[in-house]
Structure formats: structure tokens, C-alpha cells
Design a protein around this ligand. Structure first.
Ligand code: ZN
Length: 127
């Protein structure tokens, strides 16, 4: 459900961007996904593959993802560590006074327009 909402959001964003830039088809989209964002990649890909076939703009478009490593900062000793390995407890001093520095984000990093000039597939530019 979460992933479905994300894909819908991504596709809506792609439509906005495409409209602004006169893009008629998207070749690929790259997402940045934090390690602890809770997004399940397999589900995300499944949703994407299902959705893209229903939408001319993104039909056949590739979904690429880049993982952002989650990092937590300890306020007691000012050191950082990998969130995935140690959770909320600082491995340097044992403090639990920590907060997530990054790794919870989800964003569209890059959109690649597919350039194609198929005269049969659309109206010619009149302006
Ligand atoms: Zn610490």
C-alpha cells in the first residue's frame, strides 16, 4: 500500500515535469531511497511495472534506484555511525541520545526523457 502510494506520487510528478518540458515519454526515472525509509524495493518495482503499462508517458520506462546509506549522529559524543548496524544506540559510547542524520529520504533524483520522433505517433509541432 505504501509502495503503491509512492509509485502514484512518482508518476504524478513525472506528468508535471513532462508537461513543463514538453516531454512525451519517459525513458527512465532514478529514485533515491534511504536505507531506513521503509520502502520495500521489490514491492516498489512490482507496483511500477504494473502502473507503467497503463500510462503512455511512462510505458516501458525503467525504474532505477539508488540507496542512501542511513547514518545516525550521537549527541553525547558527536560521532556518527551506520544506523542499520546499531539502531538507536551509539556504538562509540553507548548513549541513546541519537538522531537520524540521513537515510529516511525518498526522492526523485533524475528523470530521463525518451527522445523519439515518430511522426505517426503524434501531432506535428505547429508553433
Ligand atoms: Zn556516542
Amino acid at each position: 500500500m505504501h509502495e503503491l502510494g509512492i509509485v502514484e506520487h512518482v508518476i504524478r510528478t513525472l506528468h508535471d515535469v513532462a508537461e513543463e518540458n514538453n516531454v512525451r515519454r519517459i525513458g527512465s526515472v532514478t529514485l533515491e531511497v534511504g536505507e531506513v525509509s521503509g520502502v520495500v524495493m521489490d514491492l516498489l518495482t512490482d507496483c511500477w511495472n504494473w502502473f507503467r503499462e497503463k500510462d503512455d508517458l511512462v510505458k516501458g520506462a525503467e525504474l532505477l534506484t539508488e540507496t542512501i546509506e542511513a547514518v545516525t549522529v550521537c549527541t553525547a559524543c558527536d560521532k556518527t555511525y551506520r544506523t542499520v548496524d546499531h539502531g538507536k544506540t551509539c556504538p562509540h559510547c553507548g548513549s541513546k541520545e541519537t538522531y537520524l542524520l540521513r537515510g529516511n529520504e525518498f526522492s526523485i533524483k533524475q528523470i530521463e526523457a525518451e527522445l523519439f520522433d515518430d511522426p505517426e505517433d503524434g501531432e506535428p509541432e505547429t508553433e
